[in-house]
Design a protein around this ligand. Structure first.
Ligand code: HEM
Length: 354
């Protein structure tokens, strides 16, 4: 094996062909940087998709054995995705070494190509669980004319969306958690008068949460009832629809439970997995923000080469394209550690992930 051949450097190092370097044109020095930075992004997107594929395959199993290496590897590989995202966020600084005037030297040669058409970026989003229907300015995605996707790429993205996303698989995994099976709670000492129809733990927890809310936040108990018990209370249908999570109430109960009791070794890996997913969302939002700020400086209020409104579109995508916001939102419903109900020994002993 020879270094050069192993890495197929002939292909990679001959894959930069700046438009402005072509005959009859004035070479724009910074176009080389522009191409290499984009290519580096695409290589890293490939690695992210590769890691996510592993993670998806674990969660596709109907039973995940706690004693196998699966969950730990998921945690480890999601953390790798986080590290890659950190690197990708730093790469925006490199783009920023190009001034707006440097960019203008070759910008018009790119039209109508744009990062908007990065199929791998869209694959990452769709694999995580971002739906076309929930995107900001979703009509942009349906274009197959100037700035839109090639029909084959559009189909590819839609195909991924039709499959189960990581968000859905996480939902199913959390739903399978056996935490609230009554058998485990026989010896649980209830602290407050039992609220009818509620599991003893949730009855206690609801009371502790409610009494811990400040006067200004007192209405959060209504959110609690809607999110965890599908109890609409005095919310209008419209208000309830806007608040209703994508993740089921059953899965969110398990998610909150893991967050609350994360200090028990038995919950550690699951907690770290949930935390890593929220972190990936945050990293991607950080990228969207850094990219937006860079774009504003680079092109001001001009449209993007991909024919969107430019900064306006990117701002909308930044605020709307979170995937794991239901999990991040669980913090709304935490209580202080010292007030946590003591778990029954039966539960701790018998717990295993499913
Ligand atoms: C001079 C540098 C850059 C400028 C001026 C710029 C500008 C823009 C603009 C205006 C858009 C909105 C779509 C459009 O109308 O074109 C966009 C989208 C996008 N760009 Fe860039 N970009 C730059 C560099 C990069 C780099 C280095 C990447 C790395 C892959 C990238 C990836 C993307 C992606 C993935 C989108 C879609 C974002 C989303 O839909 O949330 N861009 N860019």
């Amino acid at each position: 094996m020879y270094y050069h051949d192993y890495l197929q450097l002939d292909k990679i190092l001959n894959a930069q062909d700046p438009e402005s370097f072509k005959e009859g044109r004035e070479p724009a020095h910074d176009e080389m940087l522009f191409i290499i930075v984009h290519q580096a992004y695409e290589l890293w997107f490939k690695q992210v998709l590769y890691e996510l594929e592993f993670v998806m395959n674990v969660f596709k199993k109907t039973n995940i054995d706690d004693n196998s290496e699966d969950l730990n590897l998921v945690r480890h590989r999601l953390n790798r995705v986080i590290k890659i995202n950190e690197l990708l966020n730093h790469q925006v600084d490199l783009v920023d070494t190009m001034t707006p005037l440097d960019f203008l030297e070759f910008r018009n040669l790119l039209i109508p190509a744009s990062g908007f058409q990065s199929v791998q970026f869209r694959q990452v989003e769709a694999t995580l669980g971002l739906d076309m229907q929930k995107r900001f300015a979703k009509d942009y995605y349906k274009r197959t004319n100037e700035g839109g996707f090639l029909p084959t790429d559009f189909d590819k993205i839609n195909e991924i969306e039709k499959q189960e996303s990581l968000l859905h698989l996480i939902n199913n995994w959390l739903e399978r958690m056996p935490f609230f099976e009554l058998d485990f709670w026989k010896n649980y000492q209830i602290h407050f008068p039992l609220t009818e129809h509620l599991h003893p733990f949730w009855s206690d927890y609801r009371t502790i949460y409610k009494t811990g809310l400040t006067e200004r936040e007192a209405s959060k108990i209504n959110d609690f009832d809607l999110i965890f018990f599908n109890n609409q209370g005095s919310f209008t249908e419209e208000q309830a629809a806007a608040m209703r999570p994508v993740i089921s109430a059953k899965a969110l109960k398990a998610g909150l439970f893991i967050m609350l009791y994360r200090d028990f070794p038995v919950f550690q890996t699951s907690y770290q997995i949930l935390d890593a997913l929220v972190e990936i969302d945050h990293q991607m939002a950080t990228w969207r923000h850094k990219h937006l700020v860079m774009v504003r400086r680079m092109i001001g209020m001009r449209m993007g080469t991909g024919n969107t409104s430019g900064g306006g579109y990117l701002e909308g995508a930044l605020s709307k394209h979170y995937v794991f916001k239901d999990i991040a939102g669980l913090s709304t419903f935490l209580i202080e550690r010292k007030k946590l109900p003591k778990l029954p020994q039966d539960l701790i002993r018998k717990l295993s992930y499913n």
